[in-house]
Design a protein around this ligand. Structure first.
Ligand SMILES: Cc1cc2nc3c(=O)[nH]c(=O)nc-3n(C[C@H](O)[C@H](O)[C@H](O)COP(=O)(O)OP(=O)(O)OC[C@H]3O[C@@H](n4cnc5c(N)ncnc54)[C@H](O)[C@@H]3O)c2cc1C
Length: 296
């Protein structure tokens, strides 16, 4: 089912993101995670496309395996990095032939060691071009795009960034999923700026709980504009060890989710990092056993 339809039919969507493991052992561990999370009744799950286009086949195989072995609706991420139009067309055709109908369309980050994004010859410079290409060639794909409540590191003009986001929506995106953030005020402000820019598709909030100090530092590298509020940092630094850091991170994320639910959120997307424990603990702390209870 298209994500747009799910968003239409559910008061709030709850979705989980996974990345493709590099080896068989990782894949088996991920499927255990997925099985642990299925009782939470997610609206859909998504599979990332490795930085630099490094996981093209792994993403494809994982998306199909989830579709074949579970009843979950699955979204495949796709980036413009390292692929020309003919190659992207081929990837889309393979998905289409196997019944996949949801794509998260991204420009992508440069491969490791490369400072800036370079357009692949015969490829796309911006995600909006990829969205238009998908819509033109496969009008029946549902399409999501990325949004950045705290801005994107390459955006030189904070007024124009909403125009660029609107370009993606006007090209055919059905919904926006945001980068992770730790202060809901940044998300609410972003949502208002979307309305001011005449962007009226659903905006899904990306939530990633901190589970260790190392993980927090990695998050800061990957989501470069993310602000870590002082109150959160004080609690993290006060924690004695990673077990307690995780408690702090889960408590913080739980409060974020609770507040979002109380403020007319249309969807919440958990960046799971292929682990079930944090997401399960958040649902538990919210006092529910599945997403349906959360969206009442
Ligand atoms: C929910 C989510 C999921 C993600 N999943 C993945 C993934 O699976 N794999 C992966 O590699 N990365 C992923 N990313 C990261 C993403 O690829 C990077 O943030 C990337 O740098 C930008 O991608 P984009 O689709 O937002 O690009 P774009 O929307 O093209 O924006 C990129 C930059 O260009 C600017 N821009 C856009 N249009 C124009 C224009 N017309 N003229 C001038 N400037 C313009 C934007 O303001 C921005 O600074 C994800 C991000 C999010 C939020």
């Amino acid at each position: 089912m298209h994500i747009a339809k799910i968003l239409d039919s559910q008061k709030i969507s709850f979705s989980f993101e996974f990345f493709p493991p590099k080896d068989l052992g990782g894949a088996e561990r991920l499927f255990r995670t997925i099985r642990d999370l299925i009782p939470l009744k997610p609206s859909y799950v998504s599979v990332t496309y490795g930085a630099g286009g490094s996981t093209r086949e792994l993403t494809h195989d994982l998306v199909l395996r989830i579709r074949e072995e579970t009843s979950l609706t699955v979204v495949s991420h796709l980036t413009c990095v390292g692929s020309n139009q003919a190659e992207i067309l081929e990837i889309l055709r393979r998905y289409h032939d196997r019944g996949i109908r949801n794509i998260m369309a991204l420009r992508g980050d440069p491969p490791a060691g490369q400072a800036c994004f370079e357009t692949c010859p015969g490829g796309f410079a911006h995600a909006s071009e990829l969205v238009a290409f998908i819509k033109h060639n496969f009008p029946d794909f549902g399409i999501g795009v990325a949004g950045y409540p705290e801005g994107h590191p390459e955006t030189p003009n904070r007024l124009k960034e909403m125009d660029f986001l609107k370009e993606k929506v006007d090209a055919g995106a059905d919904y926006i999923c945001t980068q992770l953030f730790f202060d809901n005020r940044d998300f609410y402000d972003f949502r208002e700026r979307c309305i001011l820019a005449h962007i009226h598709v659903p905006v899904i909030a990306g939530i990633m709980p901190i589970t260790s100090l190392k993980g927090m530092k990695r998050m800061a590298e990957l989501a470069a504009c993310t602000r870590f509020p002082a109150r959160l940092l004080k609690a993290v630094y006060r924690a004695q060890d990673d077990r307690h850091v995780e408690n702090v991170g889960i408590h913080w994320a739980t409060e974020q989710v609770r507040d979002l639910i109380d403020n007319d959120i249309q969807g919440i997307h958990f960046y799971t990092l292929n682990q079930s424990s944090a997401t399960l603990k958040i649902y538990d702390a919210l006092g529910v056993t599945d997403s349906l209870q959360l969206s009442r």
